[in-house]
Ligand binder design. Structure first.
Ligand code: C2O
Ligand code: CU
Length: 495
């Protein structure tokens, strides 16, 4: 057993007691659930408690590429809870400002760590030099600071930033550290997509809130399934409501949750349109009635309120889905839209959004297979671990050597797995070639450029990756942050 896993597990008994006494539905963790051998029972659902949707929707402030971010303790006013203690990148509350830059511009972020533990910033989705990328071992100690300085040279899209130091990532993201990066370019600007008050960024996250704080005290079962909370926050606000006009809105969603997957839909069953994802605009718009969005994934949507009557209400909801034992068992509301203003809206969604050349298997010079079913992990020691190819993360081991400029196929094989694993690569954008097993097909969100690939239980997902960014050492991992923290991460070196 690795020392890091032992340390994490040794504190669990007291934390577990506290959690189970304050949140009754978490107390059902039996020895049977813990048994990793034979018939595994991978965690239990954490039921969502819907609020009254009276809180005002809030949008994080927008700043330019030259700015200061200070990781710090904050107190946020979260309506139904009163004041809640958590973490933020400014004194204003949970989360951080949205950084807006044009492609080609540089970012110069003066980062200050006012926490009492190590942290850093990973710029999720950005193709930037390895020493700026927030590698888990590249951290800033308590009281320290670091200058993140790089040029943004990629497609317009919704990217994000969050802590990534080994051992403190799950906790710090859960307690509030995350923010958006919006990159614009001329291709996107020419489309005249809804903007201003009709462009709404939504960071969707579930939280556990207890005794006035966002509580991060994962039990062994939470480490197994990933830590899920009972309260769904949007941009740091629980159960918000937003007044809208009878018009089409661009709703840009980040699932910033540690582990919870959402199957997004509208409460009236209406369809909506997917125009973009992790790596920017799709080639053509895709109309759907529901959309699965995993931790780390982004969904750029057009939601049409134009045919709704004045004073009518519509909820963004998550519908049930098949996602292993702990996920997808419940339908719940996320936020409310109320139509309060009648307008004439002439926007129609362009039939072509972007030009994307599909990569084909024949372009790849190498295929790498990653077994992520985790069937054997821990069965010997009885300890909780998550692995990739039966290896848990080791900062001193490079798992894959990749020639700079190579195009490779990476296959994530969850055929025998019982848990969903949203897999993420740093430093690149890739395309998803296909999915076999499970859902057996790609969703509307999985066309175009991606930096996340969700592998549901029973699925095998094949991606094609041009390693055309920067050389250096990067990580790839499951974006279920408890899986990542319990070992489900590897390193690749591009040279
Ligand atoms: Cu969003 Cu390595 O993470
Ligand atoms: Cu995972």
């Amino acid at each position: 057993m690795k020392r890091r896993n032992f340390i994490k597990l040794s504190g669990l008994s007291t934390a577990g007691l506290f959690v189970s006494s304050s949140i009754p539905f978490l107390s059902s963790c039996s020895n049977k659930d813990m048994n990793m051998g034979g018939n595994m029972n991978m965690g239990q659902p954490v039921p969502v408690t819907e609020g009254n949707f009276s809180a005002l929707f809030a949008i994080p402030p927008i700043v330019g590429g030259t700015t200061t971010l200070t990781a710090q303790n904050v107190t946020a006013n979260s309506n139904e809870f009163g004041n809640v203690k958590g973490l933020g990148y400014s004194s204003g509350g949970l989360l951080g400002p949205t950084i807006k830059v044009n492609s080609g511009q540089s970012m110069n972020v003066n980062f200050v760590n006012q926490l009492n533990e190590k942290t850093n910033i990973h710029w999720h989705g950005l193709k930037i030099p390895a020493n700026m990328d927030g590698h888990p071992e590249n951290f800033i100690n308590a009281g320290g600071s670091f200058n993140y300085n790089f040029t943004v040279n990629q497609r317009a899209g919704l990217y994000w930033y969050h802590p990534h130091a080994d051992g403190t990532t799950g906790k710090q993201v859960f307690q509030g550290l995350a923010g958006l990066v919006i990159v614009n370019d001329s291709e996107e600007t020419a489309l005249n997509l809804p903007s201003g008050n009709r462009e709404l960024p939504l960071v969707i996250q579930d939280k556990r809130i207890s005794a006035g704080s966002i509580l991060y005290a994962p039990t062994m079962m939470d480490q197994m399934a990933g830590l899920m909370g009972q309260y769904i926050l949007v941009n740091g606000v629980y159960a918000p409501s937003h007044n809208v006009e009878t018009a089409k809105y661009r709703v840009r969603i980040l699932n910033g949750s540690n582990a919870r997957i959402y199957n997004l839909a509208l409460s009236n069953g209406a369809s909506f349109t997917v125009i973009g994802n992790d790596g920017g605009l799709l080639a053509t718009p895709q109309t759907v009635n529901s959309l699965t969005v995993a931790p780390g994934e982004r969904a750029d949507l057009i939601i049409d309120f134009s045919s709704m009557g004045l004073n009518s209400e519509l909820f963004l909801i998550s519908k049930t889905f098949i996602g292993g034992n702990a996920q997808g068992k419940q339908e719940f509301k996320i936020m409310k839209f109320k139509v309060t203003t009648q307008v004439v809206d002439n926007f129609s969604i362009p039939t072509t959004l972007s030009s994307i050349a599909p990569l084909t298997e024949s372009m790849a010079t190498k295929t790498r297979n990653f077994e992520i079913s985790n069937v054997d992990s821990g069965s010997m020691s009885g300890m909780m671990m998550h692995t990739i190819n039966n290896k848990s993360y080791d900062a001193n081991r490079i798992d894959e050597l990749v020639p700079n400029g190579a195009v490779e196929i990476w296959t994530f094989d969850n055929t025998n797995g019982q848990e969903p694993h949203p897999m993420h690569l740093h430093g690149v954008q890739f395309q998803i070639l296909n999915r076999t097993g499970g859902r057996g097909t790609l969703t509307a969100l999985e066309k175009g450029w991606k930096d996340m690939a969700l592998c549901m239980p029973g699925e095998k997902v094949k991606i094609i990756v041009p390693f055309n960014g920067y050389t250096g050492k990067f990580v790839f991992h499951c974006h279920n942050l408890e899986h990542e923290e319990t070992g489900m991460m590897g390193q690749f070196q591009v040279s």
